[in-house]
Every structure is written in C-alpha cells, then in structure tokens.
Design a binder for this molecule. Sequence first.
Ligand code: 3HC
Length: 659
Amino acid sequence: MTETVVFETHNDIAVIRIDNPPVNALSQSVRQGLLDSVSQLDENDKLTAAVLICSGRTFIAGADISEFGKEPLQPHLPDVLRAIGQCKKPIVAAMHGTVLGGGFETALACDYRVSFPNTKVGLPEVKLGLIPGAFGTQLLPRLAGVKTALDMVTSGRQVLVDSELGQTLVDEVILGSGYDELLEGALNFAQRIAGQTNQRRWLADVVLEKEPDHEAVFAAYKQKMAKKKRGLIAAQHCVQSVENAVVLPFEQGAAEERRLFMECRESSQSQAMRHAFFAERKCAKVDGLDTSASALPVKQVGVIGAGTMGVGIAMCFAQAGMPVTLLEVDQDRVNAGLEKIQSNYERSVARGRITEEQSAAYYGRVRGTCNYDDLADVDLVIEAAFESMEVKNQIFSTLDKVCKPDTIFATNTSYLDIDAIATVTNRQDKVLGMHFFSPAHIMKLLEIVRAEQVSDQTLVTAIDVARKIGKVAVTVGVCYGFVGNRMYARYGAEAQNLLLEGATPELVDAAIREWGMAMGPFEVIDLTGLDIGYKARKHQPNLPDDPTYFALSTVFVEAGRLGQKSGSGFYSYGSGSKQPDQEAINLIRDTATKLGVKQIESDAREIQNRLIGALVDEGRAILKEGIAQQASDIDVIWLNGYGFPRHRGGPMWYGDEAG
Ligand code: 3HC
C-alpha cells in the first residue's frame, strides 16, 4: 500500500499491517495506506473481514505530533476513519502496547477491538493542549457512556484493558504475547464474526439519550476543569465536545469536534505543550556523552539522611522495587524516618492511591541503620544529609572507605560544590549530583549534576536509574543552585524587590497564580521555610553586592518568622489557614524605608512581567555559561519541578514567544 502499511490476505481475511517505528504514529503515509487498504477490502469480493494490526512495540500511539504546526497533508484522519467506519466489511483492531489518541480513535472506528490484557488505551490529547480530533469525543461516549468518556477525555489517563473499565472497551482479550499470537487470536475472532449477520458495528450509528442528570454532570465537569486545568482552553473544549455527542447528531458533533480541535491545534497553548512533549524526550540525550558506555546494574541503594528529602528519596527506590538502606546518625532518627515512610504509605492507602499489599511491599524494602558498614555492598548511595560542606566531606570520605570500589556516590545537595565534594574521595569518576525535588517521591524532576571528573559510565548509570524510578532527568553542570534553584533565587529576589517597592505578598502571589504558576513565591517560601535559603546564603561566596538582595528574608528570619513552621512568615497561620499579616507588611515597609527603596505602584501585569522576565534572564545566563545544554532543558526543569504552567511551555519557550 505505502512504505508503512502492508495489505496481506489470510484466506478470506485481510490483514492490514502498519509498520511505522517507533510508535506507529499516524503519519501521512500511514493514513494514505489505511485509506487504500479499506478501498481494496471493499472492492475484493473474496474478502469477508479485516484485521488491523501493528508491528513493533505498540499499536498506533496517536497522530504524528511532529506533523502538527506544518501544512496539513491529505488524507486527513477523520476522512480515513470515516472510510474505516463505513467500510462494507467488518474490521477488527488487534491492539497491543499503548493505544493512544488517534490510535484509540482508529480502534473506535473499527467494528471490533481485541487486545492483550496488558494493553493500555487512552485519549491523552488534553495533555498536548488538544481535544481528540478524529471522532474520539463522539465515539467513546457511544461505546462507554458519557461519564467514562468525560473522565478519560479530560484526564487523558491510560486505561489498562485488564481492568474493570478496560474490559468494557474491548470485545475480546487475547492471552499471550508477541505479534504472531495477537494475529492468530485476531484472525480467529475475525473468522467468527465474518460468518455472523449484523456484524457491522460503526459506533457512529448509536444514538445517545440525554441522562436525567445531564446538565448537572456537564456543569460540574466544566467547573472541575476550570479549577484543575486552570486557563487551559482544551480542557473546556473536551467537555463541550463530549456534550455535543449527546445533544447533536453524529455528523454535526463530529464537525464541531474538528472545529474545536483545529482551534486548539493552532493555539499557542498547544504549541507550548507539544514543545514540552518533545523537550522531555530531547533532554534524555546528553551532549558529548558516550552512550556506548553501558549502565552499571543498580540493585541495592543506600540513602544517607532520614529527613524529608532522604525519606522521599528512599520511597522512590522502594517503589521501583529496589531494596534501600536508610542511614541516620542515631536510632531515634532512623526510627523517625521509618515511621514517616510508613505513615506516608498509610496515607496513600487511605486515599486509594496504592493497595495495602503495595504499601507493605514498598515499606518492606526499606531498612534503617546507623552503621556505615551496612552500606558496603550497595551499588548507589544518595546523600541527603544536612547542607554543610563539612558534614558532606565527612560522609563522603567515610563512604569511600566502607563501600565497594564501584559504588556510585550521589549527593542531593541543592547548592554546594559537587566538584569539591568529589575530591574527598578516591573515586571522583563515580561522584555526581542527583538533585531531587520535594516531595521527592512525587515530584517528577531530577537534576543530574555532571561533576567535572564524573565518567560517562557513571552518568549513563544515573540516567538509567532515573528512568527506572520514573523521573524526568535533566543533566546540568555545576554552579551555585544548578539550574532550577539558581533561577528560583533570581525569581525570589525579584519578588522580594516588588514588596520593598510597595506591593504586598497577596498581590504578588495572586498575580503570578493568575498567570498560571501553581503557587505564589511567598506561599512557597512560607511552606518550605525562610531559614533554608537564609542559611544557604550564609555559605554562598558570591552574593550580589546589593543590600536589597533577600533583605526581607533576613529581617523575617531574624524576627523568628520562618514561615508555616513557626506560625508566621510573609503570612500568618495562627488559625491554621493562611492570613494576610499586618505585622509582615510593617516589617516590609520599615525595611524599605531603611534601605531607601523608592515606592512605586505595580499592577498584576507588571508583577508578572518582572517575575517571569527575571526567570528568562537568568535562564539565558545559564545557557550562555553552558550549565544547561539547551534552552528546552531549562523548560523541562521548570515544568516538572516548579509548577510552571505547561501551556506556557517553560520560561525559555515563553521568553521566545513573548519576544
Ligand atoms: N508523534 C510523533 N512522535 C512520537 C509520538 C507521536 N504521537 N509519540 C511518540 N513519539 C516519538 C517520541 O518523540 C520519541 O522520539 P525520539 O526517540 O526521537 O525521542 C519516540 O517516539 C519514542 O517515544 P518515547 O520516548 O515517549 O517512548 P515511550 O516508550 O517511553 O512512550 C508512548 C511511548 C507512551 C507512546 C509515548 O511516546 C507517548 O505518550 N506518546 C504520545 C501519545 C499521544 O499523545 N498521542 C496523541 C497524539 S495527538 C492525536 O492523536 C490527535 C488525534 O486526536 C487527532
């Protein structure tokens, strides 16, 4: 048919096979091949049915995202899927892997769906700032009901076929694995249905009735999206389009879906989210790294320090199936760390995120110790101890003596010089930074800090480990704060300048939240504690020569206002919830007077421009110094570690867009 679609026959059943690595995306040649195959199936009287199957690791994983943003090429996917739906002979989609977006829409356009139990299906378009654009919002409600369709389309989540919901989305589960077994099962199924009457099942023919709670359900979803996916046009369009499936005839609903899809596709939001998708894949390819160096096996891990970070890091590994030894200086601290892990898992069970069995298995993989000798055989140690050079040097020189020669040492330091830490060991090629973000077991980001002497094999191993524990890893160079925290410091300093100039914490936080950041800078600093940056700045050799630089943090810490943990910071927390605080405002104004800062009025737009502008500017400096290898890496860091709105693409993408 085309170079990516093969049309074969097995007796009276046609096999339409797509072979478009890596994920069988619906590129132009696939769409053309599918259309030609359907014509051939229709025209050949000897053929009674067809199986649509894919080579390689997955059934179609969606439209070809790299084609978006270019001149659309014919045939368009809805035309291809309409041809599949209206073909005179039944077509069976034989699914494996991840059947996503246009891939799942293709399967929905087929008359039947069979799959392996471990197949996952979903409509993740909303994560790219899109809505399903080839009948997904029209066909899925007709197959699975409106509520399921709303959930799947607005969340973009993948549903496992071997689940209560998943089983309702397929006609037959085929046991086995591999192409041949899937094909054999699908051919048997096709043979069976080919002999039946009424074997055609184009879902578009199903007429949906309005449920009694129709209005309430859709209004609630629109509200939920306004809160959960604040500012994202596609989320609202997803709800609207599913509603159209109920209130409009199929062809009208489909035309409206296409219009909303095209509007999203051309939007700056979707462009930014598509950029984010590719940026997250590009960052795995590290400049100058010899990828022929194979990753060392990491079977056991040691974590030093059972504070908030150490506990979260230990949980990451335990959840990924790796035994973890958690070391603290005394038994009380070991016990406190273990209790924290246990209570975190209990909370996850209570919220229905994990089962009792998973909780027990994860917790069972962590053991506590105060004895360094227990780390002798681990393959990787991550140090998450107190942020002091002296403490770190002592830990690393001890580790160097007790651990086997090929153990890799990583530090979770946020600011300290990793090259200097490495020099206290006799294995500088095995020392690097693995900088997690709090809460470490939840946040996706991991900055892998490429120390001066680290070997390619150590770096490849760290990247491999990051993948195994489900992190988005970005490799960065050594500097104070690396990429994320260095930029955050610049942003935080600018936010404090705004206060000195006359703004209030509420005004700044509200303006930046309205822009799309998950939290305001003063909400964040009150949550994490003002003392952390205060202490870090005390050890920073090259503070800017500017008396206003974090002057407010210094004044607040010295007044005992450390944030939520002390009951007050930029806000007060006396009643448990965050309240504006006049005392904080008085301190801000007094400091501004002492420093002679001119008072000016800033509106929300000015605040947003100043804060995001500061980020972009620092990002540029980081790029120029080669601390980040490419602008998109900086975006990945901010999208995954700092609550930067995905539909704005990250600071560097936004900076380019804004000119
Ligand atoms: N289009 C183009 N390229 C794609 C792609 C797509 N839909 N999906 C994946 N790729 C590329 C990736 O960029 C990567 O390329 P690289 O090797 O050059 O970096 C390669 O395929 C492998 O991808 P991953 O590294 O992500 O491989 P994984 O095995 O980890 O994940 C996956 C596979 C789950 C399929 C994941 O790639 C994914 O989620 N893809 C996107 C799925 C999606 O969003 N589909 C909907 C698209 S929009 C749509 O269909 C619109 C329709 O409604 C009209």
